[in-house]
Design a protein. Structure first.
Length: 255
C-alpha cells in the first residue's frame, strides 16, 4: 500500500523569455484623464490602446485595469521617446508610466479548491496507468507522483489556461481538449502557434489522456484554454500577458 500527497497543477503561465524582444518601446500608463493622453498621443504619433481591449470584460477587471493603457512609441530616436515619456508623466491624471517588462498584475483574492487532498486522506493501491502509447517515455509523471494523483483527478471539469505563444489548433492530441481562447497581442481569437513553444507546454499539461495517442498530459481530461501573447515572430508581450490573465479569469479559467 503506497500513500502519496495528491496534486496535479497549481498554475501554468509559461512566458519564456527566450522569445522576448521586439517590444522595447512599449509602455503602460495609468491615467484618470484619458482624453488628455489621447490628444498628446495623436499629436506625437504614439500608438495608444486600452490594456483591456476585449468587449465583455467584467466589472472587477475594469475596476482594476479599465484606466490602464498601452503605448507604443514609434519614434526611432530614443532621445525623442525619453522626452515624450517625461511629458506624459507630467500630464494631469497620469498615475504611473512603466516600461513593458515592469508591468505587474494586482493581487486577486485567493480561492481554495472545493476539495483538497493530503497524504493523510489519500491512499491508493497503485499508480494509475493511462493507455497512451508514449506514457512509458514520460519519466516526469512518475517522478512527480502525477500517476498517483490521477487516481483522484485527471482534470475533469477544470478549465486550465496556458499563456504562451499559442497552440497548434489541429494537433490530434490537443484538439479534443481545446475551448475558446484569445490572442491578446493581436486582439483576436487566432491562437495558432507561430513558434511551437506554447504547443509543447500545452502537451505537457493537457495532452488528451486514454485516447491511445501520444503522451498523457498532467491534466489530460481538463478543458484547455490558450492565451496567445506573441506576435508572428514568436516574441512575447508582457502587456498582452497581463491582459490575457484578466481575460482568462473573466472567462472561467480555474488554473
Amino acid at each position: 500500500m503506497k500513500r502519496l500527497p495528491v496534486g496535479i497543477i497549481t498554475c501554468i503561465i509559461s512566458v519564456s523569455f527566450v522569445f522576448a524582444g521586439g517590444f522595447e518601446n512599449i509602455y503602460t500608463v495609468k491615467t484618470s484623464r484619458a482624453e488628455l493622453l489621447e490628444d498628446y498621443c495623436l499629436d506625437n504619433f504614439i500608438d495608444m490602446r486600452p490594456l483591456i481591449s476585449y468587449p465583455d470584460a467584467s466589472a472587477r477587471t475594469l475596476e482594476f485595469a479599465g484606466d490602464i493603457y498601452v503605448l507604443n512609441f514609434t519614434s526611432v530616436e530614443q532621445s525623442v521617446i525619453k522626452d515624450q515619456i517625461a511629458v506624459i508623466k507630467d500630464l494631469a491624471g497620469t498615475n504611473y508610466l512603466v516600461s513593458n517588462p515592469e508591468l505587474s498584475v494586482p493581487d486577486f483574492e485567493e480561492s481554495a479548491p472545493d476539495q483538497c487532498f493530503t497524504a493523510a486522506d489519500t491512499t491508493y493501491d497503485e499508480a494509475y496507468r493511462p493507455n497512451d502509447p508514449r506514457f512509458d517515455d514520460q519519466y516526469d509523471k512518475p517522478l512527480a507522483g502525477i500517476d498517483w494523483a490521477w487516481n483522484a483527478s485527471k482534470g475533469e471539469d477544470v478549465i486550465l489556461c496556458i499563456i504562451d505563444t499559442g497552440v497548434n489548433m489541429l494537433h490530434e492530441d490537443l484538439v479534443d481538449n481545446l475551448i475558446e481562447g484569445r490572442n491578446t497581442e493581436a486582439d483576436n481569437n487566432n491562437v495558432n502557434d507561430p513558434a511551437g513553444h506554447g504547443t509543447t507546454v500545452c502537451g505537457i499539461a493537457c495532452a488528451r489522456m486514454d485516447n491511445e495517442l501520444g503522451p498523457a498530459g498532467s491534466a489530460g481530461l481538463s478543458q484547455l484554454m490558450v492565451i496567445r501573447i506573441s506576435n508572428d515572430a514568436g516574441q512575447l508581450s508582457i502587456a498582452a500577458a497581463v491582459e490575457g490573465i484578466y481575460w482568462a479569469i473573466d472567462h472561467g479559467a480555474q488554473v
